[in-house]
Design a binder for this molecule. Sequence first.
Ligand SMILES: CC(C)(COP(=O)(O)OP(=O)(O)OC[C@H]1O[C@@H](n2cnc3c(N)ncnc32)[C@H](O)[C@@H]1OP(=O)(O)O)[C@@H](O)C(=O)NCCC(=O)NCCS
Length: 172
Amino acid sequence: MRILIYRKANFDDIESIFALITGYANDGMMLARSRNALYESIRDMIVAIDDDGNLAGVGALHMIWDSLAEVRSMAVAPHMTRHGIGQTIVKKLIEDGRTFGVKKFFTLTYKPKFFEKLGFITVPKENLSQKVWKECIDCPKFPNCDEIAMVLPDETINEEFFENVAKKLEFK
Ligand SMILES: CC(C)(COP(=O)(O)OP(=O)(O)OC[C@H]1O[C@@H](n2cnc3c(N)ncnc32)[C@H](O)[C@@H]1OP(=O)(O)O)[C@@H](O)C(=O)NCCC(=O)NCCS
C-alpha cells in the first residue's frame, strides 16, 4: 500500500477529481459534478494523494445551514478501493466540519454499507431539513431522488471515531 497524504483540494486537483467522479457517474454509481461545481466547491473538498502525486480519493463536506453539513462527492480511485481511504476522508471531513461548529452530518448515498461502517444510520428523507433540498433542483434526478438519506448520530463522533486519524490536515 502506498503512502498517502490527505489535504485540502487545490486548483491543480480539479481535472483529476472531475475525471474520477465522471467515470463513476457514467456508470451510475454517483451523481456527476460539473467542472464549474467543482471549482465553486473547492474549499469543501479533501483529497488523498499517493506518493506519485496522483489522486487516490476525494470527498467533500458542504455547509447547508446552522450546524448542518452534507458529506458528498465521495470517490476513491478504482484500483485503491477497500483500503480505508474513503473512510479516512470522511473522518477528516467530519474533523474539519467540527472546527466550524458543525453538529449534524448527513449524506445522500447509493452506498449505505460504506456509511454504516462509519456509524451513519438510515433515516426517512423527510427527516432532513428542508434546506437540504435547495440544491437538489439542479440534480438530473429531481424530483425522483433514489439516494438513501443517512445521518451520523452525535454519540458516534467520539475519540474512538478519530482513532488513527492524524490530528491535523496536511496542507501542501
Ligand atoms: C464508496 C467508496 C467511496 C468507498 O471508499 P473505499 O476507500 O473503498 O472504502 P473503505 O476502504 O474506506 O471502506 C470502509 C468500509 O466500508 C464498507 N464498504 C466500502 N465500500 C463498500 C462497498 N462497495 N460495498 C459494501 N461495503 C463497502 C466496508 O465495510 C469497508 O470495510 P472493509 O473493506 O474492511 O470491509 C468507493 O468504493 C468508491 O469510490 N466507489 C465508487 C463511487 C461511489 O460509489 N461513491 C459513493 C457515492 S454515494
